[in-house]
Every structure is written in C-alpha cells, then in structure tokens.
Design a protein around this ligand. Structure first.
Ligand code: ADP
Length: 317
C-alpha cells in the first residue's frame, strides 16, 4: 500500500523494513566504533610520537602526501641544523679550550726551559745566580702544577665525578684558618684582612671545597688590590636556614660588562696582570662549580677603582 495524502494510508511493511535496516546499520557502526576506537587511538599516539608526526597532521588536514613529505623533510632538516649548530659550538668550545690550556702551559714551560739553558750555559757554576735560577724554575713548576690541578678539578666537576663530602663545621673557624694561611701573602701586598666575627655558626658543607672557595676569593682580593695595598672585609649574615658570606675589597674593581663572564674558565679582565700575579684564570670557575654543587649561589658586584664584593650562601646545620 502507498501513502496517499488524499486517502492517507501507508505502506507500513516498507517503513518497518526501512527502520530495521537503519537500526541494523547503526548497531554495526557502533560495534565497529567500539572495536576500532582503542587501536585507532594507539596508532594515532604512535604516529604523533614519530618524527614524521608533522606529516601525519598535515596529511590528515589536506590529503596532499607530497607536500606533506616535503614539509616533514624540511622540518627534519631544521632539526638537523639545530643539532649541527650545537655540535659546531661544542667543537669551537673544545678548540678554544685546548688553545687556552696550551697557551697557559706554554709560558711556564718556556720559562723553565730558559732557566735550565742559562744554568747549562755556565750559570750552574756562578754561585750568584744558580740558586736564583733554580728557584725561578721551581716557581714555574708550581704554576704548572696549579694549572693542571685546577683543570682537573673543573673537568671532574663537569663530568659529575666530584662528590661533595658534606659535614657540619664552624664557618668562622674555617675563615680564620684561611686568613692565617694567607696572612703572609697579604702582608707582602699591604692588605689587611678583617673578619667581623660573631658567635660560631655551623654550616653543612664540604669543608675542603669551601676552604678552596675562601682561598680563591681572598687571594683574588690581594691580586687585584690597588698599588699601596688595601683592606679585605669578611662578613657573615645569618638567615633562617642559610648564611650569606660576603668578601669585599677596595681594590681595582672591574667594569660591569665583565661581571657575567668572570666565572667562565680562562676569562680575565687583564690577562697580563693575572698571569704576572700567578693567576690561571680558573679560580672563579672553580668557585662557581663548588658553590653550585652545594645547591647555592654566588653573586658579584664591582665598581672600577672602588672595589669588589663577592657573596655566596651556605646551608646552616
Ligand atoms: P685569575 O687566576 O685570573 O685571578 P679568576 O678566575 O680567579 O682568575 O678571576 C677571573 C678574573 O676576574 C681575573 O682575571 C680578574 O680580572 C677578575 N677578578 C677576580 N676577582 C677580582 C677582584 N677581587 N677584583 C677585581 N677583579 C677581580
């Protein structure tokens, strides 16, 4: 029977069959959705983790595989360029590093060679100069040893081989020990050390390494003092869980532009002065490594011809 608007009657059998078909289709569609949903998500995830994921998203949007592949290659190319840049920088850094090391070692080696040659050329029999030449050669050997040991310390820190030996110790006591050791050197350069001492404070740190930090900073305050000497003050500020240790001098200071670079190895404001005073250009790099290995920070402020202030934090026990 057919639907007739005039007579308003329907072919009910046909509508029933149609509804049945629609129902079966819907059930099949839903079943397929349920079966394939999980694998579909898994494959999608796999593709998105793949370096060609860009190609996938592109593909799904535009259905143009050739443009997609080209894009993917270009993008991969960008990544390769970034990797290449990184490798080039590392290579340049390595070249600079080797250049710096050989440059640093060259001076003492040539000095030693010169003194030995002078001794062999007759100086050995001249009582006035033989001892003097040997002492000079000895000083240069010391310098070489210092450079090599500093380099070794830095590379061990960078390779993560140096583990801190934390222990509780009195920080004022340690500062006094370092001052005692450097007293003679300071006096020779007319530098006076002043420690503003309070009650002893115990810190939790690697005593041997903190001694190295204090020594490097105090020695620098002597090295970069003004002609005629000066004063180095050491103060401690106590905070809730930390202390802040400050070493300030009234030496030659340095321009602001150097402040971000002085912790780099071999960076010097005035190379000839540093070398003349026995510096290797590695002292502050070591200081920074040690402080950062403790999970602490170091800061510097300086004004040319006025002085320099270094301050770092340490954990209290
Ligand atoms: P160096 O062996 O040359 O002293 P450092 O790493 O200890 O090497 O210091 C790097 C540079 O920072 C020095 O060459 C010097 O120019 C500058 N510097 C460090 N400490 C001071 C200071 N107290 N006053 C002025 N300049 C300083």
């Amino acid at each position: 029977m057919w639907c007739n608007y005039q007579n308003l009657y329907f072919d009910y059998d046909f509508i029933l069959i149609l509804l049945l078909f629609i129902g079966i289709d819907a059930i099949i569609f839903l079943s397929l959705l349920i079966i394939f949903y999980k694998p579909f998500i898994a494959v999608k995830k796999l593709i998105s983790e793949n370096p060609f994921s860009d190609m996938y998203s592109f593909y799904s949007k535009r259905f143009n595989p050739f443009i997609t592949i080209k894009e993917a290659i270009l993008r991969n190319n960008d990544r390769s360029h970034a990797e290449l840049d990184k490798l080039n920088k590392l290579e340049q850094y390595r070249r600079e590093y080797i250049g710096n090391v050989s440059h640093e070692l060259k001076t003492p080696i040539f000095n030693i060679q010169g003194y030995i040659a002078s001794l062999l050329d007759g100086g050995l029999n001249d009582k006035k100069v033989n001892r003097h030449f040997l002492e000079k050669a000895d000083k240069n050997v010391d310098r070489m040893i210092n450079i090599v040991m500093d380099l070794q310390t830095i590379s061990r820190f960078e390779a993560g081989e140096l583990e801190l030996q934390r222990e509780p110790f009195g920080i004022y006591q340690l500062i006094e020990d370092v001052i005692e050791t450097e007293k003679e050197n300071a006096a020779k350069n007319q530098i006076s050390f002043e420690l503003f001492r309070g009650n002893e404070i115990n810190v939790n740190a690697d005593k041997f390494r903190i001694r190295q930090v204090l020594t490097n900073l105090l020695v620098n305050s002597i090295r970069y003092s003004k002609p005629g000497g000066g004063e180095t003050n050491i103060r401690i500020y106590e905070l809730e869980h930390h202390i802040k240790l400050e070493i300030s001098d009234n030496g030659i200071g340095m321009d602001e532009k150097h402040l971000t670079r002085i912790f780099e190895r071999f960076y010097r404001v005035d190379s000839s002065r540093s070398r003349e005073k026995g510096g290797s250009g590695l002292g502050l790099a070591i200081v920074k490594h040690i402080i950062e290995a403790h999970g602490e920070t170091i800061e510097v402020m300086s004004t040319p011809n006025v002085g320099t202030v270094f301050s770092f934090s340490l954990q209290k026990t």
